[in-house]
Design a protein around this ligand. Structure first.
Ligand code: SAH
Ligand code: SF4
Ligand code: F3S
Length: 452
């Protein structure tokens, strides 16, 4: 079977697709990169914003031409949008054969066989926790960066932020067993992986039994897990995304401060800087509490960069609310952030409220935040000039094959000259000579168009 997989959405989806590619190739499938070659096409989808759904639906609709050429072709939609709208999509899109929900992903081979034999459409959308273990421990057949590997440590989400569809499409929050995660990390390390990324909708709530309240200040099951992974020989760096701000207990902060393998970049989604908006979003912190957590991290850990997620144009967001967001972002000094324009999601609570911020205002607020970010990013990069930074080598630069690139622990990208013997995953020291908008440059590189 020639299998084509296209992935939309977050890193959890990327990880799921990689695990499925592993399961399917172990079962004899061959992965192909072009739609024209495929006997089976899988679209792993996202529902978080309307645009994400539209993009995937557009693509799936367009696949009709291949089905006409090859009637035995099987086309399936899996993941979050399949969970959210699988039945409806099967009814609307004639050439779509199956929808496999987020709790059923491990049954991909089975559903393909079912469609092939029965020649019937299938919607397998039950919630289930079996998927948790069967999706772990499978190596990654698509990742080209073989020195990095990701591990899903939790699935689902219990937080129900009022704008968000994830708790409905990913189901309840489950944490995997620490032994299994550590075993998976050891297996990756044995294969040569140097940097591990831990994934979950709220990674810092790992091991808290689905509780939406953080553990006491002197506890952190997530911190304990980080420590166990840091002990593995061969693992040089650990990253994680995304933690919910209130789960940074003092214990977790102390563990990060004491363990240099844990990267000095925290992706800490804030969503808004207005207390009123945060309350309507059902985010369980105030701007003051968020800033206090950032401050505690900064003072305990030392050099640390922060990135975040922000939504502009949430229902009822006033100019004054937006000004608070802008101020908070300035105060933290984010030099990287994902800014999203609010998109009402049927099923989530805020969809019942009027989407009353006009599209132009959302766009304007988006542009203002992007311009602020760019200024801070340039300033942050300039401040690195003259320093020597430790960089993990990623490999040849995407933009310029004559150069190599890598990242600092603080998640800055550095471009440098290749030296004999350099290999992806090595940690090297690079004196920073110049800074661009998104990139730092090592010695001996000339020319203005060197951004990655
Ligand atoms: N679990 C992660 C976020 C997952 S969704 C966390 O809580 O940190 C990624 C981001 O999409 C969110 O942080 C939020 O900023 C954005 N998002 C979610 N729902 C949205 C919506 N309805 N409209 C616009 N952006 C949204
Ligand atoms: Fe969505 Fe909130 Fe859960 Fe993140 S924590 S996935 S934003 S409900
Ligand atoms: Fe999208 Fe599902 Fe991730 S809705 S953001 S792919 S969890």
């Amino acid at each position: 079977m020639k299998l084509f997989i296209k992935t939309y959405g977050c890193q959890m989806n990327v990880r799921d697709s990689e695990a499925l590619a592993g399961l399917m190739t172990a079962a004899g499938a061959e992965l192909v990169n072009s739609e024209a070659e495929a006997d089976v096409m899988i679209f792993n989808t996202c529902s978080v914003r309307d645009q994400a759904e539209r993009k995937a639906i557009g693509k799936i609709t367009f696949m009709k031409k291949y089905k006409k050429l090859k009637p035995e072709l099987i086309i399936g939609v899996i993941g979050c949008m399949a969970q959210h709208r699988g039945q409806e999509l099967l009814e609307k899109i004639e050439h779509l054969d199956f929808a496999l929900g987020t709790g059923q992903l491990h049954r991909l081979e089975e559903v393909i066989e079912y469609v092939r034999k029965e020649r019937k459409k299938a919607a397998w959308l039950e919630e289930g926790s079996d998927v948790l273990e069967s999706m772990g421990m499978h190596s990654d057949f698509q990742n080209k960066r073989l020195h990095t590997g990701s591990i899903a440590i939790t699935r689902g989400c219990n937080r129900f932020c009022s704008y968000c569809i994830v708790p409905y499409v990913r189901g309840r929050e489950f944490s995997r067993q620490a032994e299994d995660i550590v075993a998976e990390a050891e297996m990756l390390a044995a294969k040569g992986v140097k940097e591990i990324m831990l994934l979950g909708q709220n990674v810092a709530a790992y091991g808290c039994g689905g509780n939406v309240n953080p553990p006491p200040e002197d506890e952190s099951p997530f911190g304990d897990l980080l420590q166990q992974i840091a002990r593995i020989d061969g693992i040089k760096r650990i990253r994680y995304t995304s933690p919910y701000p209130t789960f940074f207990t003092q214990k977790l902060i102390d563990i990060i401060a004491a363990e240099p393998k844990i990267c000095r970049n925290v992706h800490l989604p804030v969503q808004s800087g207005s207390a009123e908006v945060l309350a309507r979003m059902n985010r369980q912190y105030t701007p003051e509490r968020y800033l206090e957590i950032v401050q505690r991290l900064k003072s305990a850990v030392g050099e640390l960069t922060f990135s975040t997620d922000v939504i502009v144009g949430f229902p009822g967001e006033t100019d004054a609310d937006f000004a608070c967001t802008r101020d908070l972002m300035n105060e933290v000094g984010f030099d990287h952030a994902f800014i999203f324009k609010y998109s009402p999601r049927a099923g989530a609570k805020s969809a019942l409220w009027q989407d009353d911020v006009p599209q132009e205002v959302k766009e304007e607020r988006n542009q203002i935040l992007l311009a602020d970010l760019e200024k801070r990013s340039i300033a942050g990069n300039l401040a690195c000039v003259g320093r020597t930074l430790e960089v993990m080598v990623d490999g040849v630069s995407a933009r310029n094959p004559a150069r190599w690139s890598g990242r600092t622990s603080t998640a800055r990208t550095v471009v440098f000259k290749y030296k004999d013997g350099m290999r992806p995953g090595d940690l090297i020291q690079i004196p920073i000579e110049r800074a661009g908008r998104v990139t730092l440059f090592g010695p001996g590189l000339i020319g203005a168009d060197e951004e990655l």
